[in-house]
Design a protein. Sequence first.
Length: 182
Amino acid sequence: MSKKTLVVLAHPDLSKSKINAAWAKAAGALGDVTVHDLYRAYPDGKIDVAAEQALVRAHDRVIFQFPMFWFSTPALLKQWFDDVLAYGFVYGPGGDALEGKAIGVAVSTGGKADAYRAGAQNAWTIDELLRPIQGIARFVRAEYLPVFTLQGAMWGLSDDQIAASAAAYADWLVGREEALAA
Ligand SMILES: Cc1cc2nc3c(=O)[nH]c(=O)nc-3n(C[C@H](O)[C@H](O)[C@H](O)COP(=O)(O)O)c2cc1C
């Protein structure tokens, strides 16, 4: 049986998005992939924890897709972590909902890739900045997938670059690792 993937998408204004909108469209066209748009589901910011936990239970892999905001996630995704990843659900007695599953991140950034390294403007790599999510994966005993990213939005990306990234994202979502090199 093929693996079911949940994309938890957190972009506060998809109508103005280029990257995340293109990624979401590519993901939505795939079988066995559910794209769940958090800001659309919860415009008032009040997360239905039981509904989110049911979604997590129904999938084998959970991908967090978002634009980097202040070296972190948009606020509603942080809220999702705080509310949904509860005691008794992913840790503590019976808390095995993510155990043995896979967690991944697809993140877009305004800054270019070469700004994300020691000695450059943003000092840390994307992998280093995403340690809190890697920490979640480790804590809930899930596999942490290699990060998928497209960087340099602030500097202007061509439609072709974004389309190529969306195609690579679709490959990455269905587990083709070579998509990371694209
Ligand atoms: C509030 C806010 C904070 C941001 N913080 C960062 C940041 O820390 N690093 C960065 O590279 N880009 C940052 N950006 C730029 C976004 O990451 C970028 O616009 C986004 O990834 C583009 O994706 P989209 O086309 O889907 O909107 C920030 C943008 C906003 C609105």
